[in-house]
Write a protein that binds this ligand. Structure first.
Ligand SMILES: O=P(O)(O)OC[C@H]1O[C@H](OP(=O)(O)OP(=O)(O)O)[C@H](O)[C@@H]1O
Ligand SMILES: O=c1cc[nH]c(=O)[nH]1
Ligand SMILES: [Mg+2]
Length: 216
């Protein structure tokens, strides 16, 4: 059986709504940040389906014994925000997965070469077996940043099949690169846009997500 990367664009009215708010160039930074938080929340809600490990047990209701399903506290859950823009999605993701550990990764693209460089990596030398990772990065453009993040994770023992990526706007070059190297991966994005302009910005996109989220 050959694995193929799965890309989900959840047909959810709240995801469409907040994407529209984020795309609008008239949206001020404070509202843009709220839109990102909401997108982080709903994309995470969609992404954790059939991914969050559960255990079956019983509880006693006030009336009787009853079967119950809980999130398995034994399986490590990790969220990786790719700084800066990924921080804006993190707040929403944390409302869905409040107990997940957060491992920050700071990447920035060179404006000329579009190559990412890493200025902060809080990953452990090795992650525990079976660790599930949710990566938050709103923009997948050339794919340089997300490929760098995946390389850092897999070199520290993370199984790509246990990784889910949430993004807001994904472009074909990034999705192509991910799918070639990580066919077991699952990507959840609010939209797939047409392509990139000559400066590596996604078109129509939403501009520079980091600058808009932090008002810089
Ligand atoms: O697919 P790529 O071509 O690598 O582009 C995507 C990256 O660009 C943005 O980060 P940026 O470098 O602007 O840093 P910032 O989040 O601090 O603004 C964005 O948040 C992604 O991480
Ligand atoms: O369109 C883009 C591409 C990369 N990073 C952004 O923030 N926006
Ligand atoms: Mg930026």
């Amino acid at each position: 059986m050959t694995l193929q990367m799965r890309i989900y664009v959840p047909p959810h009215p709240l995801i469409k709504h907040w994407l529209g708010v984020a795309r609008d160039a008239q949206t001020p930074p404070v509202l843009f940040k709220s839109a990102m938080t909401e997108l982080g929340r709903w994309l995470t809600y969609e992404a954790v389906r059939e991914w969050l490990p559960t255990i079956e047990t019983t509880v006693q209701t006030p009336l009787a014994d009853c079967p119950a399903t809980f999130v398995n506290p034994e399986v490590p859950l990790v969220v990786v925000p790719i700084l800066r823009a990924g921080l804006a999605l993190l707040e929403g993701a944390q409302t869905v997965m409040p107990l997940a550990s957060i491992y920050h990764l700071g990447l920035v693209r060179d404006e000329e070469t579009l190559e990412p460089s890493c200025y902060l990596n809080k990953f452990p030398a090795q992650f525990k077996e079976q660790t599930r990772v949710l990566i938050c990065d709103p923009m997948l453009a050339t794919g340089g940043s997300i490929m760098a993040a995946m390389a850092e994770l897999t070199s520290r023992g993370i199984d790509p099949a246990l990784v889910r990526i949430i993004s807001v706007v994904a472009a074909p070059p990034a999705l192509q690169r991910l799918s070639v190297t990580y066919p077991g991966l699952n990507v959840y994005t609010a939209t797939i846009d047409e392509g990139l302009n000559s400066h590596g910005y996604i078109v129509p996109g939403l501009g520079d997500a980091g600058d808009r989220a932090f008002g810089t």
